[in-house]
Write a protein that binds this ligand. Structure first.
Ligand SMILES: [Zn+2]
Length: 285
């Protein structure tokens, strides 16, 4: 009953109000309405993944699908928006917290992802589209542009930019409230991540709103602060390496003590994990 009541309240809110920036608690998803075509769903536990629905009269484009423990909540919430069914899923990368619910939307969908993600993409829809550099399509009168930036977080990161909505979804190459995580095992590298972020910053218009894979929606100015943090902390760690310090010595010296707040959003991503990522990226170890 509580679940039904929450669903009813949320539905009522969406139907009677087009107020942007509205935040509503819904079961296990926090729903933020950025505009009448853009909804951000933040999972309330574990890694607090951001999922995005781009809506319109032709249906829904879903940017990432989240952990399967939230699958029913996501489907219920999407139904309550009254925009019809999900027609496209775009996966920002391959991590389980972003793709696990792909299979839940049946086979009458098209899943889009980077070429290195194709084995995951194909487990979902009957139609799949993978690309190497760029892929763009039109849906709901929106020009949806996907661009690949692999090798910074994982081996298959892409971002989605929608000019008409002044909106970009960056997946996990952007943690707006945390140090990054570089998947060293997949061959990814902090230097590649920094280069990609600078390219994205120089490419997107200044009034673009940015949705990270985890963390709050931000402006481009806040995105710049994130890039500056990464560049500054990498320089500090590299300087210690150049003095001949090993990983443990750098971690024990707490060289990133001025950046404490970036290490509190996740339990497993903190100053030491970031030092480890940067050390491995420079040393190849
Ligand atoms: Zn993630």
């Amino acid at each position: 009953m509580k679940k039904l009541m929450l669903l009813f309240l949320f539905t009522l809110c969406v139907q009677t109000s087009l107020i942007s920036q509205e935040t509503i608690s819904h079961i296990n998803l926090k729903v933020q309405m950025l505009s009448d075509q853009v909804y951000v769903f933040e999972e309330t536990e574990r890694y607090r993944v951001n999922l995005v629905a781009l809506t319109g009269s032709d249906g829904i484009i879903l940017l990432d699908t989240g952990f399967k423990m939230y699958a029913n909540d996501l489907v219920d919430t999407l139904k309550s928006l009254h925009f019809g069914s999900v027609k496209f899923i775009i996966n920002s990368h391959i991590d389980r917290d972003h793709v696990e619910t792909n299979y839940f939307f049946g086979t009458d969908i098209t899943i889009i992802g980077y070429k290195n993600c194709d084995h995951f993409v194909k487990t979902g829809g009957t139609r799949s589209i993978t690309f190497e550099n760029n892929y763009a399509f039109e849906f709901n009168d929106l020009d949806v542009r996907c661009t690949a930036y692999p090798g910074g977080h994982t081996s298959c990161d892409i971002i989605v930019y929608v000019p008409k909505l002044k909106l970009a979804y960056l997946g996990d190459i952007y943690f707006s409230e945390s140090f990054p995580r570089v998947d060293i095992e997949s061959g990814s590298n902090a230097q590649v991540l920094l280069t990609h972020l600078k390219t994205i910053y120089s490419t997107l218009p200044n009034d673009t709103r940015l949705i990270p894979g985890h963390g709050r929606v931000t402006t481009m100015d806040e995105f710049k602060l994130y890039i500056d943090m990464i560049e500054s902390t990498m320089k500090i760690i590299k300087a210690e390496m150049d003095k001949g310090k090993n990983l443990k010595e750098i971690q024990d010296a707490d060289v990133l003590q001025g950046w404490n707040e970036w290490g509190t959003y996740f339990t497993m991503i903190n100053k030491n994990s970031w030092i480890n990522n940067v050390y491995s990226s420079y040393s190849g170890q």
